[in-house]
Design a protein around this ligand. Structure first.
Ligand code: ADP
Ligand code: MG
Length: 340
């Protein structure tokens, strides 16, 4: 092995720090879509418009009608570890917003061409900042925020090579929109791709949203469930065995409004279906768990898709029994109990 010469220790430049962080959070266009959707929802948006070109690689634009940002704060939105969402450790431990790390926009800006156009309710007009130069200029636009990302990974060609076809990247982006749309049926979402309208989901009830997003196969064959025990609740829709699938591609679990992929929860639901599903079939479900924010740690992974429960055994039991009871109620009520 070659002998290594010692080099002196030096702090990395900010841009490189952000690019390293981007490696963790910004895996593909869908990761950008996820972060921008979270920001739009955190800002209280009721309408979110997503515009993609070439699977999001060429362009991702997300426009919301949330509370916007004042022109003077636009540079801060792009600064690493700058956030409006928490101020203290106590606030982190009780966080109710989807974001809180203050890293996403800085990371995304370090590997793309990013601009923000935003306007608050009391501003006379919108303002726009271009991350590259940091210049702020007056702009046209209503109250809310539009964030546009062009040419993802243009300056990191090694990463750009890892992207799949536009169609595959689009599929991942749409999955992020489905998750957000299921979590927030009270918000309207629309998606355009290469100038074509792909989806338009108006605000409605949870059942209407589930029907739109997952289609008839699920909406005609599910059991509603809703169980509460003090501050803990699990509710949503558990698919009947007839809505089960050959792949685990319709399993949506949300903890305090955040989509998660959690071994403990997946196992709890899977176990509840054990008696009614063959081993090679996967249940479909859209379930929401509400727990006190301080009883769950969402700060486990930068993408926040993993969570850790303080009392994981009781959470497992609670979810397991709720789903099992819903399935049993159905079996008891059905004249043809063998179908379950
Ligand atoms: P975080 O969401 O973790 O705070 P981000 O880098 O995603 O970090 O965003 C930085 C800050 O920019 C946010 O805390 C918020 O104040 C502001 N911001 C980002 N997107 C929006 C938006 N769509 N509407 C209003 N404010 C936004
Ligand atoms: Mg964010």
């Amino acid at each position: 092995a070659p002998k290594r010469e010692r080099r002196s220790i030096a702090a990395l430049p900010d841009q490189l720090v952000s690019q390293i962080a981007a490696g963790e959070v910004v895996e593909r266009p869908a990761s950008v879509v996820k972060e921008l959707l979270e920001n739009a929802l955190d800002a209280g948006a009721t309408t979110v418009r997503i515009t993609l070109d070439e699977g999001g690689v060429k362009r991702i634009s997300i426009a919301d009608d949330g509370y916007g940002m004042p022109a003077g704060e636009l540079p801060l939105a792009l600064l690493r570890h700058a956030t409006s969402k928490i101020r203290t450790l106590a606030e982190l431990e009780a966080v109710t917003t989807l974001g809180f790390r203050g890293e996403a926009l800085a990371s995304i800006a370090s590997v793309s061409q990013l601009s923000i156009t935003s306007r608050t309710a009391d501003a006379a007009h919108a303002a726009r900042i271009d991350a590259e130069h940091g210049e702020i200029a007056p702009a046209a636009g209503g109250v809310g925020t539009t964030i546009e990302i062009r040419e993802l990974y243009f300056n990191t060609p090694a990463r750009r090579k890892f992207l799949k076809t536009d169609q595959t990247e689009l599929g991942h982006c749409l999955e992020m929109v489905r998750r957000a749309a299921l979590a927030r049926p009270d918000v309207s979402f629309s998606v355009m791709h290469n100038g074509r309208a792909l989806e338009h989901w108006n605000a409605g009830t949870p059942a209407q949203r589930v029907a739109k997003v997952l289609g008839e196969g699920f909406s005609l064959a599910h059991l509603p469930l809703d169980e509460r025990a003090g501050p803990v609740a699990v509710y949503g829709f558990a698919g009947l065995p007839t809505a089960s699938r050959g792949r685990a591609d319709q399993q949506y679990f949300f903890v305090n409004g955040r989509f998660v992929r959690d071994k403990l929860l997946t196992h709890a639901v899977r176990s509840a279906y054990e008696d009614v599903l063959h081993g090679d079939r996967y249940p479909s479900y859209v379930l929401f768990l509400e727990v006190p924010p301080e009883s769950v740690d969402v700060n486990v992974h930068p993408s926040k898709i993993e969570v850790r429960f303080r009392e994981s055994r009781s959470v497992h039991q609670f979810v397991f029994h709720a789903v099992q009871r819903a399935l049993a109620r159905h079996a008891g009520a059905s004249p043809d109990t063998t179908s379950l």
